[in-house]
Design a protein around this ligand. Structure first.
Ligand code: ATP
Ligand code: MG
Length: 297
């Protein structure tokens, strides 16, 4: 487990306003970890990840048996920040029956014929399960805010500051509703630097087995980098709440990203009052009788 005081560095408190440029995308070099050294930190991150993968498998079983809470994990990031790899590694030990991943791409015409939260509502995790959103309703205040022409089929009206503030308010209310009904929400922004994104795009171009991961539109969005940082910052500031906090996770080193995400997920579940269902007298009696019967065979 990573010490709570370190984890707290990455959680955005609702009363604080964040400036993304103050967040180190590399992390290993920061004041707090100077004494570790990079190699040592990498080794430690790997141990933490492995331990957490094992712990997560156990606590997930308990979540499932307890059947009162669900966990919704939201991943948002620029392209090539490592959403897919993080999901793959962190969830690798988890029972697939208790976990579902949804990747949200451009909305369909049917989606656009509904309110903007509709398609996400249909994919929320049931009690006892973990639901992962690879992109989410936050796209509707991110990519859509950068490209307002994506707003379709809406009644006429201004698309200024109030329009977006109303969307943040809707999101906060939606998440509050989920929280009050037993859904625990974790939101991760994988914070990759522009240089590291370039590096990863280059790798995708240079290695034939990675070519398929590259899409022309990735470069087009990269050109809007500063706009994206601004809309991410606004969205994180407007929607970091007690009931659904954002975590800004350094994403230039994959091993750091994965260890942190795994640790936050595992410790969040561990802090819930999960318990295996207790049997009542009647049920215990049935078990005792069943055992007797089997023993007598
Ligand atoms: P990868 O590139 O790793 O496969 P990805 O999540 O980037 O994963 P893509 O198919 O490349 O998947 O991109 C999905 C695109 O859909 C993104 O550009 C995203 O901004 C866009 N998108 C997602 N939700 C919405 C939305 N509500 N409105 C408009 N565009 C959206
Ligand atoms: Mg993409």
């Amino acid at each position: 487990m990573i010490k709570k005081k370190y984890i707290d560095l990455f959680r955005v408190e609702s009363e604080n306003k964040v400036h993304l440029k103050n967040y180190d995308t590399g992390w290993a070099q920061t004041e707090e970890f100077k004494d570790f050294g990079k190699e040592k930190l990498k080794e430690r991150a790997q141990t933490v990840l492995e331990q957490n993968i094992a712990d997560l498998a156990q606590v997930q079983q308990l979540l499932y048996a307890d059947d009162r809470y669900s966990l919704l994990i939201v991943f948002q990031a620029m392209d090539a920040a490592g959403k897919d790899g993080t999901i793959k590694h962190v969830m690798s030990g988890v029972n697939p029956q208790g976990c579902q991943v949804f990747s949200f791409k451009k909305p369909s015409t049917e989606d656009l014929d509904h309110n903007f939260l509709w398609r996400y509502m249909k994919s929320l995790p049931e009690r006892g399960r973990i639901g992962i959103f690879n992109r989410s309703y936050y796209e509707d205040v991110l990519v859509v805010k950068v490209h307002p022409e994506l707003l379709q089929n809406l009644p006429d009206g201004k698309r200024g500051k109030t329009f977006w503030e109303n969307r943040y308010e809707d999101i906060n209310a939606f998440e509050h509703h989920l929280k009050r009904n037993g859904t625990v929400i974790l939101k991760f922004f994988l914070n990759v630097s522009k240089q590291e994104q370039k590096q990863r795009f280059m790798e995708r171009l240079e290695h034939p087995e990675k070519n398929w991961k590259f899409s022309g539109s990735d470069l087009a969005e990269r050109e809007h980098w500063d706009d994206y940082m601004k809309v991410y910052e606004d969205a994180i500031n407007a929607t970091s709440t007690k009931w659904a906090p954002w975590y800004i996770i350094p994403a230039d080193n994959k091993w750091i990203t994965r260890a942190l995400v795994a640790d936050i997920i595992t410790s969040t579940l561990r802090n819930l009052d999960l318990e295996f269902p207790k049997l009542n007298e009647e049920q215990l009696k049935i078990l005792a009788e069943a055992r007797k019967k089997l023993e007598a065979e």
